[in-house]
Design a binder for this molecule. Structure first.
Ligand code: 48H
Length: 256
């Protein structure tokens, strides 16, 4: 006879244990798009205490929709080693261009990251940061439905040695840091420069080059890096996002 109370307790106990383990992290990642998932994979693989938070029900960010909802993505030569690391089958379109099913790609990124120890929390919105000793030192989190409904519910907090803003175009973590703390960022202007229009070649290059520590304790990856540093957008080519996540993980790994 299946007991509903045991089922309920199993979920509560397991989830709370997982969340408690995520309260003191080496790295907190905000955003479960391609750059955040790849960063989480490499950090977890290196044995770091790392967790990823995404406000949506489904992790994967902008991968799902491919280009204009045609659920295929394109990757260039430079990113093939990362694609192969995740065990995703390579389909060559023409020299230098490879296509991947968006759904297969999301599934593989998520599965392989979790397999290596990344803790993923969906439906949690990062609404603020912890700011201590002049650096970003953690996250302030709440259930996404709380944010959506505007209910006056106070959040919970976790500490992290490093944080990655992988929130895509809006660069939400950097935005909250600038808005609330009025700090000067490690950018040309000291502020958020803003994303530029389309140039796939430049955009892909910028995504990787702009992946860096933008303020003590806070890295930016993926589209958030281009928003903060003024890089071009690139459309539905995803190699730069994958390589950006890898670069963020490698730089942080060296410093931990
Ligand atoms: C929790 C949050 C919060 C928050 C946002 O947009 P993403 O896919 O991010 P990237 O940078 O890994 O990939 C960008 C890519 O998808 C893209 O948009 C491209 C290539 N565009 C090119 C172009 O020309 O337009 O994922 C970001 C994730 C999403 O899942 C959000 O739900 C999540 O971040 N998120 N999670 N707390 N405050 N804000």
């Amino acid at each position: 006879m299946l007991n509903e109370i045991i089922i309920t307790k199993a979920i509560l106990d397991t989830y709370v244990a997982k969340l408690k383990e995520a309260l003191e992290l080496d790295v907190a990642i905000v955003g479960g798009g391609p750059s955040g998932l790849v960063a989480g994979y490499y950090l977890a693989k290196a044995g770091k205490r790392v967790a990823l938070f995404d406000k949506k029900l489904s992790i994967g960010g902008g991968i799902w929709g491919g280009g204009m909802m045609f659920n295929e993505i394109v990757v260039q030569d430079a990113a093939l080693p990362v694609i192969k690391e995740f065990g995703i089958g390579v389909k060559k379109y023409e020299e230098g261009y490879y296509t991947f099913g968006a759904i297969e790609t999301v599934a593989a990124l998520i599965y392989r990251a979790i397999e290596h120890g990344l803790k993923i929390f969906n439906l949690i919105t990062v609404e603020d940061i912890v700011f201590k000793d002049g650096r970003v030192s953690g996250l302030v989190v709440n259930w996404s439905p709380t944010e959506i409904t505007g209910l006056p519910v106070d959040p919970l907090t976790l500490h992290s040695h490093f944080t990655i803003d992988a929130t895509g175009h809006p660069a939400n973590v950097v935005s909250v840091l600038v808005r609330k703390m009025g700090v000067k960022l490690n950018t040309e202007t000291g502020g958020i420069i803003g994303e530029k229009s389309m140039d796939a070649e430049l955009g892909e290059m910028h995504t990787v080059n702009n992946t860096k520590e933008v303020f003590p304790g806070l890295y930016v990856s993926g589209m958030a890096a281009n928003t903060v540093y003024g890089g071009y957008r690139m459309g539905p080519i995803f190699g730069g996002m994958l390589l950006s996540g890898k670069k963020a993980a490698e730089e942080i790994n060296e410093r931990l």
